[in-house]
Design a protein around this ligand. Structure first.
Ligand SMILES: Nc1nc2c(ncn2[C@@H]2O[C@H](COP(=O)(O)OP(=O)(O)O)[C@@H](O)[C@H]2O)c(=O)[nH]1
Ligand SMILES: [Mg+2]
Length: 297
């Protein structure tokens, strides 16, 4: 287990009772755990790549897993951790505040995609060069954040996926039906996108600032398919995509998506693929898949 992080370095709660979707943070939220602050708090200074890394956690009923997730986030090289609460019915907000996270609270439940829109708005507002999206359900190994984010800080990738399928997800406890449907959807997405990724459905990702500023993610779904739309947008705008292996854990609190919701998700993913193909073949242009502005690359 990693060492317990110094609490003082992140003890700058910024609480913004924002209306959902309007993510303008108060300036107090933009404070950073500087290297000096970390050193003063007793942390070992470690050489980190240039760039400001912000971790965002889209949260919904994560009270029982949040602290464990947080403890695994390396303290060096991460400037800020933002948790967006989507009107949880448990103590997620209280736990997040106790941990010293920057907390943003939705006034109404928007769903997983709607939550991420607020996450990315807030991360950009906080000056992030690289943004890590991490589920607060302790499913993904957050100690892998430095490896995930390195290619983005190096400027060689715009989107990094923490893949469960480069390891053995069944050994990690992934239900077989989820495994099979993931394989099928991933195969179809690879064919459509012309890529060779091992999976597209992970809840552990990192984005460059340039990517988030280029793709119009506000046009995306507020539901789970948001993640797939975002990858399609990244491909359509010629973003560079990579992946690393990330061990995963399956247990009760780490997986709330049931079979019915998964079927809806699967069908929505097929629609994303179809829309991508129509756009690519110039049969039907999609505003979502066109960049917000021309990229400089
Ligand atoms: N905002 C929001 N997030 C949700 C909702 N349901 C689940 N989530 C979050 O979505 C993420 C993925 O859900 P999860 O049940 O872990 O999916 P699985 O691990 O793929 O089975 C988790 O981090 C949940 O906190 C919801 O209704 N609203
Ligand atoms: Mg999960």
């Amino acid at each position: 287990m990693p060492e317990k992080r110094p609490r003082t370095a992140r003890d700058h709660n910024a609480e913004a009772g924002l209306a959902a979707g309007t993510a303008s943070l108060p300036t107090a939220a933009a404070s950073v755990a500087s290297g000096a602050a970390l050193a003063a708090a007793g942390a070992t200074p470690v050489a980190v790549a240039e760039g400001r890394v912000v971790v965002v956690m889209p949260a919904y009923n994560a009270a029982r897993t949040l602290e464990r997730t947080y403890r695994d986030i390396p303290s060096s090289g991460v400037a800020k951790i933002i948790l967006v609460d989507d009107v949880s019915r448990d103590d997620t907000v209280a736990v997040a505040r106790q941990l010293g996270l920057d907390v943003i609270i939705h006034r109404q439940n928007l769903g997983y995609g709607g939550n991420q829109k607020t996450c990315y708005d807030a991360a950009l507002e906080a000056g992030a060069d690289a943004v890590v999206m991490l589920h607060p359900d302790y499913q993904y190994d957050a100690t892998r954040i430095p490896a995930l984010v390195q290619p983005i800080l190096d400027g060689t990738k715009d989107l990094m996926l923490g893949s469960r399928f480069l390891g053995d997800p069944l050994a990690g406890g992934m239900p077989r039906w989820k495994y099979v449907s993931n394989r099928v959807l991933t195969t179809l997405e690879n064919l459509a996108f012309g890529l060779h990724l091992s999976e597209y459905h992970t809840g552990f990702r990192a984005y460059s600032r340039g990517l988030l500023e280029t793709i119009p993610y506000h046009l995306n779904s507020n539901d789970f398919v948001f993640d797939q739309e975002l990858v399609a947008q990244a491909v359509a705008t010629q973003m560079r995509i990579g992946e690393i292996a990330v061990p995963t854990r399956y247990f009760k609190e780490a997986s709330s998506v049931n079979f019915r919701r998964s079927v809806v998700y699967g069908l929505s993913t097929l629609r994303v693929i179809a829309r991508f193909m129509l756009h690519r073949l110039r049969v039907r242009r999609s505003r979502k898949l066109a960049g917000r502005k021309p990229t400089s690359r």
